[in-house]
Design a protein around this ligand. Structure first.
Ligand code: SAH
Length: 395
């Protein structure tokens, strides 16, 4: 019999509405002695069954919820059904699986699998766990993914910052099959990218920017483009492919810059250059040299990991915007991305307004974007919405 978790009075509503994170502060009592990773049943204070989840005494998210049906165990059949639903979206609805393709197969809370991310890169599968319960079941997930996808290999990557929060002790490894001997080649809207699955950032590629890179292509033709925080050249190469006059990509990671250069050669895009530099300092120097661009893309890393970091994060964005305004010609296009869930679209738009007023520039929003459909947003867990992208004209 599973252990039971009884919630405090008046704390059950979000969980009846299928929010999957039960924080320690909402719990009145744990009956039975669940080990970390064990199945537990969660009840309201009045004793009504709410859902079934996995317990972790080491995490602030004491229980992650997965199933709202009474008497349904979290067994292999249950996980298979969840994976099947996730794969159906990418394979049959979106048509994003197949040779040479890359997409996110499982997006954690967005797919009802809190704590699991799975990406597909031309037949290779990369798994990342951000919750202990599913990490302890990694053999089941490996087996199911082999059955459902017939991949060439399954790799495990870990997000270093999350491991201590969850008590995860995972090493990067090959869980099944063969690792790729060299970077994997994928295609995105006609542009080819080499992806380093074992050594690259995250799982190797920023799959979540697919639609935003497509948006950038609409404005790139004939312009001088600056791609700040370019990683392996995502936005830069799409801009060049769309006919930009000249493209410069900047990133502080030397391995990313090396791969970006290889990507440019692979696509025969000769008007692209990449520079290894710290972006803030680079932009300041460019402003001193009175450089001018027709299109600037800002895609910084996550600045705000906690609520207490939001204010500083906004200062960072403010500085980036102010420097970009100095570098943009009149009528230039500014594309700003933000992957901090704690910073909302509203906050970004207000920030643009403040910086524009100070710089005496007229700024128009041309496009507002969020994340692509292989990163679905669960309405029960709006925290699964994190990516924002604004396309603006700066006159
Ligand atoms: N636009 C990219 C993804 C960018 S991810 C794409 O479409 O693929 C953020 C990038 O910022 C990472 O590559 C990281 O190496 C880089 N980075 C982080 N801080 C930086 C800094 N201060 N200066 C330069 N690059 C930085």
């Amino acid at each position: 019999m599973s252990a039971s978790v009884i919630l405090k009075a008046r704390r059950a509503k979000p969980f009846f509405s299928r929010h999957p994170w039960v924080y320690a502060g909402a719990i009145a009592q744990v009956q039975g002695q669940p080990s970390d990773g064990d199945e537990v049943e969660v009840f309201s204070h009045g004793g009504h069954f709410i859902a079934r989840g996995l317990y972790n005494s080491r995490s602030r998210v004491r229980v992650r919820l997965y199933c709202w049906e009474v008497n349904r165990a979290l067994d292999e059949g249950f996980w298979r059904e969840r994976l099947d639903q996730a794969l159906h979206l990418r394979r049959d609805v979106l048509g994003w699986l197949g040779p040479g393709k890359a997409c996110r197969l499982v997006f954690s809370e967005g797919d009802g699998l809190s704590g699991l991310t799975v990406d597909w890169y031309d037949g290779w599968v990369v798994m990342q766990f951000t919750g202990l319960g599913l990490a302890l079941r990694r053999e089941i997930f490996t087996k199911l993914l082999v059955e459902l996808l017939h991949p060439r290999g399954i790799l495990l990557r870990t997000e270093k910052s999350i491991a201590p929060l969850e008590g995860l002790d995972l090493t990067e490894s090959v869980l099944w099959g063969d690792p790729p001997q060299e970077p994997v080649l994928i295609e995105e809207d006609g542009v080819m990218f080499l992806v380093d699955l074992l050594g690259g950032q995250k799982t190797g590629f920023y799959l979540d920017q697919r639609d935003n890179r497509r948006a950038v292509r609409r404005y790139a033709t004939g312009r001088r483009v600056l791609d700040a925080f370019c990683y392996t050249g995502g936005f830069a190469l799409h801009a060049a492919y769309a006919g930009a006059a000249e493209v410069l990509g900047v990133d502080s990671s030397s391995s990313a810059i090396q791969l970006a250069q290889k990507n440019a050669e692979r696509n025969h895009l000769r008007q692209v250059r990449f520079v290894e530099a710290e972006v803030f300092r680079f932009l300041e120097e460019q402003a001193r040299n009175r450089e001018r661009y027709g299109l600037i893309i800002l895609d910084p890393p996550k600045f705000a990991h906690r609520q207490s970091a939001v204010e500083n994060a906004l200062k960072g964005y403010r500085r980036l915007l102010a420097l970009s305004f100095l570098l943009l010609e009149s009528g230039g296009i500014l594309v700003t991305c933000c992957c901090s869930g704690l910073i909302t679209m509203d906050m970004l738009e207000e920030l643009s307004n403040q910086v524009a007023t100070k710089a005496r520039r007229h700024v128009q929003i041309l496009e507002r974007h969020y994340q692509p459909p292989d990163h679905p947003i669960a309405v029960a867990c709006r925290e699964s919405s994190y990516l924002k992208c604004l396309v603006k004209r700066v006159c």
